[in-house]
Design a protein around this ligand. Structure first.
Ligand SMILES: NC(=O)c1ccc[n+]([C@@H]2O[C@H](COP(=O)([O-])OP(=O)(O)OC[C@H]3O[C@@H](n4cnc5c(N)ncnc54)[C@H](OP(=O)(O)O)[C@@H]3O)[C@@H](O)[C@H]2O)c1
Length: 342
């Protein structure tokens, strides 16, 4: 008997923006259309973006909305025309189901899960087979659930938007999900990594993960100068820039002449206006990055599998503890990824 027969399940919905207004609702599981796959979700993970969504800072999201883009689960039923997946397969949904390959187009963003369409914080979810990627065998569901947004973004920033070469120096900022993946991928690819954090305890962990140089950006507020010293006055080849308006100025100053800043995040606000003159006088390329395509996700998984890179799961909550999980993210205590399990 198919899983969908007479089944109801719990989904969590964001009911209004501004606070953390999530409510469990009961839904009926529908039979899949010919090209659809039904997944029993096992785990989901948080991104800073999920805080932006609930605070109402991610554009006008449709409400009620099933939140979260990142999840992993098991295929429990497939439509008649599905060829790529079968019952029992372990899969992850892509962040933007409409972006399969190639360069981004104007409308891919509208398909972003947990933003403009329902996401993965639900016990079952149905997706077109084109929106799914296989979980690498060596990862469990909780680890796999961390990949679709943060890790794919780093892959895009380093290997698609930028032509990274072994031996180059990469600067990472802080110890959130994106930056820890950046450290792990950059080390696996043969980079020298300079990593920052506001905490000495986290800096000790960064060193264990292989950071070549570290800077406490709280006790060294002029961290760009420290980066220049560490690189013999030259600057880094690539900055994985997650701070946004509050850090872009120092990130550009940290880059070498002709260097590259992959602009990914919006974690901080500026104390002084951004001085664009450094961008042009240093001929720095500043490139916006918006996650990545399914093809990039699959390419990245080959590299993860080869190097057996383990996503760093900091803490696991129950799916029903979405508010506590978001509060934990807000506290900034985490190192790597925060996961919810079903
Ligand atoms: N463009 C895209 O496609 C894309 C994809 C994924 C994420 N993002 C964005 O990238 C950013 C990071 O996302 P995330 O999910 O990795 O966030 P996260 O896990 O919440 O990262 C939080 C960590 O960032 C560090 N941080 C905060 N303010 C900082 C500052 N002023 N300077 C340096 N580090 C700072 C802190 O590390 P310490 O505690 O070590 O100081 C903090 O713990 C967010 O703005 C998110 O929206 C964008």
């Amino acid at each position: 008997m198919p899983e969908t027969a007479t089944k109801t399940f719990t989904a969590y919905q964001l009911t209004k923006v501004g606070g953390k207004d999530y409510a469990p609702v009961e839904k009926s599981l529908e039979r899949p259309h010919p090209h659809q796959v039904v997944i029993k979700m096992h785990a989901a993970s948080l991104n800073f973006r999920d805080l932006l969504v609930c605070r109402g800072l991610y554009g006008k999201v449709p409400l009620p909305l099933v939140p979260l883009s990142d999840g992993a689960g098991e295929v429990v039923e497939v439509g008649d025309r599905v060829r790529k997946f079968k019952v029992g397969d372990r899969v992850m949904a892509t962040f933007m189901p409409a972006w399969l390959s190639g360069a981004p187009t104007a409308d891919i963003g509208k398909s972003a899960l947990g933003g403009f369409t329902d996401g993965v914080l639900q016990e079952y979810a149905t997706f077109p087979e084109s929106a799914l990627v296989r979980v690498p065998d060596y990862l469990n569901y909780e680890e796999a659930a961390t990949l679709p947004c943060a890790a794919v973004t780093v892959w895009n920033a380093m290997f698609e938007g930028y032509d990274f070469k072994p031996g180059q120096t990469v600067l990472t900022l802080g110890t959130g999900g994106v930056s820890i993946f950046a450290l792990q991928l950059a080390k696996a690819a043969g980079a020298r990594v300079i990593a920052t954090s506001s905490s000495d305890d986290k800096i000790a962990k960064l060193k264990k993960l292989g950071a070549d140089h570290t800077i406490n950006y709280k006790t060294t507020p002029n961290w760009d100068e420290a980066v220049m010293e560490m690189t013999g006055g030259k600057g880094v080849d690539l900055v994985i820039e997650v701070g946004g308006a509050g850090t872009i100025d120092r990130s550009v100053k940290s880059a070498k002449v002709g260097g590259h800043v992959a602009l990914i995040g919006v974690l901080s606000q500026p104390e002084t206006p951004f001085n664009v003159i450094n961008v042009l006088m240093k001929s720095v390329a500043v490139q916006g990055v918006f996650v990545g395509s399914r093809e990039m996700f699959e390419d990245m998984n080959k590299a993860l599998e080869l190097h057996k890179i383990k996503p760093l799961v900091d803490k696991v909550f129950q799916a029903s503890e979405i508010v506590q999980a978001l509060e934990y993210m807000e506290s900034g205590k985490h190192f790597g990824k925060i996961v919810l399990k079903f």
